[in-house]
Design a protein around this ligand. Structure first.
Ligand SMILES: [Zn+2]
Length: 330
C-alpha cells in the first residue's frame, strides 16, 4: 500500500500494521508540514471502507469511500479549529478546540454507528484542546465504545495534557531525510533553499511556494541584505500594500535569527542562500543591539496583525534594523 507521501513510507507501514489490533486512541506527533493530517485521513478512509483490499487499502468505489471523499461519512468526525467572526466582522480561526466541540464528539461516539462498522474521530491540532475540552474527552479516550478509534494529530505533542498523552498510542513522524525527498522536491519545482526556509518540512515548502511567499521573501531579503541606506518610509509603504502580515513576520524574524547565528559564529539556519550577505552584515552588526531587537520582536510579534498600524510597525522595524549596524564599521 503506497504512503500518501514518499517520505512517510515507514510510518505508513507501522500504521497499516495496527489494523489488526487498533489502539483506542492514536497520536500522530511531529513537526508541522510533514503530512500527518493527510496520513490520518487516508488511514481513516481505509478503516471505514467497506471492501478494503487485502493490504487494507481503501477501495475508493464503495459507498463509504464516496461519502468519505465527499466529507459526509456519518461515522467520521473531524474536530478542528473553527472559523469565528470577530467583533470587527473579520473571520478568524479560533485558537482552541472548544468544550462544546468535545461534548459533540462524546455524544457522537455514543450513538450506534450508521453502517454498523467502525467509527473514527480525528482531532487536529490536538494541542488546541484546552483543559475543559481535554477533560471532556478523557473518559471516551480511555474506554471508547467498541469499534471507535480516536486519531489525534499534533504538531506540538508536548503541550498535550499528560492525562491525554497517557491514553494515546504515539506514533512520531519526523522530518524527512534528504534522500527521501529529492525526487519529490524536483517534481514540485522546489529546491533545498525553499526547504531550509521552512526548517525542512516539505509540505510547508510547497505551501509557501503556492502562496507566492518565496518571491516575496526574495524581494524583502534583497532589501534587508543592504542594510545601509534603507529607505524605511518607502519600503514600509510598498510592503504594507503587498506583503501579508504573516509573511512579513516570518521573513523578518528568521532573518534576524540567522543574523544572530552568524554574529555568534554559528550556522545559517533558514536562509543558506543568503549566507554571504548575512556574514557580511554580521561583521558590521553590534551583537548587543541585535539581541535587544530580537528580544523585543519576539515579545511584540503580534502587533503586525493590525492592518491599521502595520505600515508603522514595518517602518519602525526597518529603522531599528538599521540601528543594529549604526556606528559600526566606518
Ligand atoms: Zn471503499
Amino acid at each position: 500500500m503506497p504512503a500518501p507521501y514518499p517520505w512517510l513510507s515507514q510510518s505508513w507501514t507501522r500504521l497499516a500494521g495496527m489494523r489488526e489490533r487498533l489502539p483506542h486512541a492514536l497520536l500522530l506527533a511531529g513537526p508541522r508540514g510533514v503530512g500527518k493530517l493527510e496520513m490520518a485521513k487516508v488511514w481513516s478512509k481505509s478503516l471505514l471502507c467497506e471492501q478494503p483490499d487485502q493490504n487494507g487499502e481503501a477501495c475508493g468505489v464503495c459507498e463509504a469511500c464516496h461519502w468519505f471523499e465527499a466529507g459526509t461519512h456519518p461515522d467520521f468526525m473531524h474536530m478542528t479549529l473553527q472559523e469565528k467572526e470577530t467583533r470587527e466582522g473579520d473571520i478568524k480561526l479560533a485558537t482552541e478546540i472548544s468544550v462544546e466541540q468535545a461534548r459533540k464528539a462524546v455524544d457522537f461516539v455514543q450513538l450506534s454507528t450508521y453502517r454498523a462498522g467502525r467509527r473514527v474521530v480525528l482531532i487536529e491540532p490536538a494541542e488546541a484542546l484546552n483543559t475543559a475540552s481535554a477533560n471532556a474527552l478523557l473518559k471516551v479516550l480511555e474506554e471508547p465504545p467498541i469499534n471507535t478509534v480516536f486519531i489525534l494529530v499534533s504538531h506540538q505533542f508536548r503541550q498535550l495534557l499528560p492525562t491525554i498523552l497517557s491514553r494515546c498510542h504515539k506514533l512520531e513522524v519526523g522530518l524527512p531525510e534528504k534522500a527521501e525527498i529529492q525526487a519529490w522536491l524536483k517534481e514540485k519545482g522546489l529546491d533545498e533553499e525553499a526547504l531550509a526556509w521552512v526548517s525542512g518540512a516539505p509540505l510547508a515548502a510547497l505551501a509557501v511556494q503556492e502562496e507566492g511567499d518565496l518571491e516575496i521573501r526574495e524581494e524583502l531579503l534583497a532589501a534587508l541584505s543592504k542594510a545601509e541606506n534603507l529607505d524605511s518610509v518607502a519600503l514600509a509603504e510598498s510592503w504594507n500594500r503587498r506583503v501579508a502580515a504573516r509573511t512579513w513576520h516570518q521573513v523578518s524574524y528568521k532573518w534576524l535569527l540567522d543574523l544572530l547565528a552568524c554574529s555568534l559564529g554559528g550556522k545559517v539556519g533558514f536562509n543558506p542562500d543568503y549566507e554571504a550577505a548575512l556574514k557580511k552584515l554580521a561583521r558590521q552588526a553590534k551583537t548587543g543591539n541585535l539581541l535587544d531587537f530580537i528580544r523585543r520582536e519576539s515579545e511584540n510579534g503580534r502587533w503586525v496583525d493590525h492592518p491599521l498600524n502595520r505600515q508603522m510597525v514595518m517602518e519602525t522595524w526597518l529603522i531599528e534594523y538599521s540601528r543594529i549596524f549604526e556606528g559600526a564599521g566606518k
